[in-house]
Design a protein around this ligand. Structure first.
Ligand SMILES: Cc1cc2nc3c(=O)[nH]c(=O)nc-3n(C[C@H](O)[C@H](O)[C@H](O)COP(=O)(O)O)c2cc1C
Length: 228
């Protein structure tokens, strides 16, 4: 059975826009029989890294903070797939950046050369194979996700895992309004669920599926007229 550790990284948690896509994505994964655990970074106690490298030198693999991270690192190490629901907060929500910084104990304190970059190598016991990114933003275009996607490409490379085709939902405030008004958004929500089934089933999210999730809800001209 595929073990998935999913994070909703929006401080707005279930009330946020990211959950609108993340939740059907998770439902799709569960349909395949995957064991999915969903955590909310806002509820986790994750102190910010203070950069003393104690987890690499004095006490290898252990940070001096006694917060939720040691337990979380054990779960991250056991999961086959990680899923991050990470909204664009120019560029990441603070809780997620703190989580990323505190994953240092998952790496050996040795640098290797891989795919043209100098990177630490992950611990041998880690099972991680794939990472999925689900994101939402307010503005109209897909380019608003560039920095978030780049960050996840880097994290996937550092963890020697595959980043699946991201699920990106621009103009997400409008999607939220439409759902609240009972307007038909089935195509988007069903595509998010299908993406979850594809990801947990084959590890590959189809191009058509991701395009259906990011389908425009209005023209750019209309967006600018309403928001400019
Ligand atoms: C601090 C902050 C920075 C943001 N920066 C951007 C941005 O650069 N581009 C954008 O399109 N939306 C930006 N947004 C809007 C969010 O990306 C958007 O509302 C998203 O859907 C929020 O997801 P959530 O409700 O799950 O938290 C920002 C929001 C916040 C709070």
């Amino acid at each position: 059975m595929v073990m998935v550790l999913a994070f909703n990284c929006s401080p707005r948690m279930e009330n946020g826009n990211t959950a609108l896509i993340l939740n059907p994505f998770i439902a799709g994964m569960r349909k395949t029989g995957a064991n999915v655990e969903l955590l909310y970074t806002k509820k986790l106690k994750i102190e910010p890294c203070i950069g003393d490298f104690q987890c690499w030198s004095k006490t290898p693999g252990k940070c001096h903070y006694h917060d939720d991270m040691p337990e979380l690192l054990a779960r991250m190490s056991e999961a086959d797939y990680w899923v991050f629901g990470a909204p664009v907060y120019a560029k990441l929500p603070g809780e997620l950046q703190n989580l990323f910084n505190r994953t240092m104990p998952l790496f050996e304190p040795k640098v290797v050369r891989r795919e043209g970059s100098l990177l630490p190598s992950r611990k041998k016991e880690m099972k991680l194979k794939r990472i999925a990114l689900v994101s939402s933003c307010s503005y109209w275009g897909i380019e608003n996700f560039d920095l978030v996607v780049k960050t996840f490409e880097f994290m996937a490379k550092a963890f020697d895992a595959r980043l699946s085709r991201p699920l990106l939902r621009p103009n997400a405030d409008l999607l939220s309004d439409m759902i609240k008004k009972g307007e038909n958004c089935e195509n988007i929500l069903k595509a998010a669920e299908k993406a979850g089934t594809q990801f947990a089933g084959t590890g590959i999210i189809g191009k058509d599926t991701s395009e259906a999730v990011q389908a425009p809800l209005m023209s750019l001209e209309q967006f600018l007229a309403e928001n400019g």
